[in-house]
Design a binder for this molecule. Sequence first.
Ligand code: SF4
Length: 437
Amino acid sequence: MATVLDIAKHNPNAAPVAVSEAARAAGFIEKTAELTVAAGAAPGGASLIGLTRGQLKDSLSQIGVPERELKMRVAQLWHWIYFRGARDFAEMTNMGKELRAKLAAAYTLARPKVVSEQVSKDGTRKWLIRMASTGPLDKGAEIECVYIPEVDRGTLCVSSQVGCTLTCSFCHTGTQRLVRNLTSAEIVAQLIVARDCIGDWPGATPPEGAFVPNDGGRFVSNIVFMGMGEPLYNTDNVIAAIDVMSDGEGLTLSRRRITVSTSGVVPQMERLGAEANTMLAISLHAVRDELRDELVPINRKYDIRQLLDACRAYPGLSNARRITFEYVMLKGVNDSDADARKLVQLLKGIPAKINLIPFNPWPGSKYECSDWERIERFSEIVYRAGYASPVRTPRGRDILAACGQLKSETEKLRARARMMAEQGIGAEGVYAVGNGE
Ligand code: SF4
């Protein structure tokens, strides 16, 4: 769910599926052309980064590590890769030289390439990351990943798909092609890249002047699946990635600090709760089916009643473990007092908090952001009914990392990059760190 960031990247392998207003009007719910890479496949086939314990075991078997040693060797690799952030097999000094040489001959610890990094005045960082090629015709899918630091936490917003099959009318990603699902390794790799970039490994230090939490904890303490794509259309890989991210001997993210945001893929919600045990966020945005059918067209498959029933049945739900309902504020569309009251009524009995998100218009979007007084009034009605209803402060606007801004601006950057290339100027100047665009 692209609620924190919307990303416009496409891959030359993708079938040319774009969503026009006419298509939306015709009732287009999902785009086709999903190209799925084998679940959990190592990007490029040779990097061990992001692999599960089972995949590491297979990788070790393939280079002749005897069965009796596998468990121990996996534990060693796991520690070096996910606890220490090792970049070279030579660092793995508790393994024999011969094994390290075999590993180095067969595999790498290569990360996906960071094509650019931008740093906002408010400390938010946005990385454009290119995944390894999946075949001769694939230059490598590009996704963006956003790091949002606060004093007592650092949140990483990750993507689960390249593009999105769905066509939510307020979302810029929804106008883009679906390229493919990300593998579990590619999802985990976004966290590895973030930790590399902000020095979030034992013994590492953050870049000079970087804003990171100062509470003594890890710099990335929270993960939200709110980047590009619908996580529950890639459930296998999302759950496998969460298993790796939350492993207590490696990356050690608490499952309570991982939030998966869905547009409402009802049949997958219980499985997510049962298997991944994470926090859940719902991209709700409307309280009447006719409006939600338009804003979040998956509502035509699973309507509000079905969605809220699935929320009530979400495993582990309690007052200490509430569901977050995301609600984008659209002027004159979903922001009336009556909408606020209906929202409160609908959520009755569900331990919930409600995030109100000021809409960031994008070129071609038919919506405007609600006026500030209207947002405050809406928030007050919800708050008085006993629900926390924070208005989400847009972060990273100056680097185009705020909700809904990324596509057009990325295209603008690309156009400028092309222009500069024609003039013989490197594209690096366009994507330079902290250029404050
Ligand atoms: S599910 Fe909807 S809101 Fe989320 S990325 Fe896809 S189109 Fe956007």
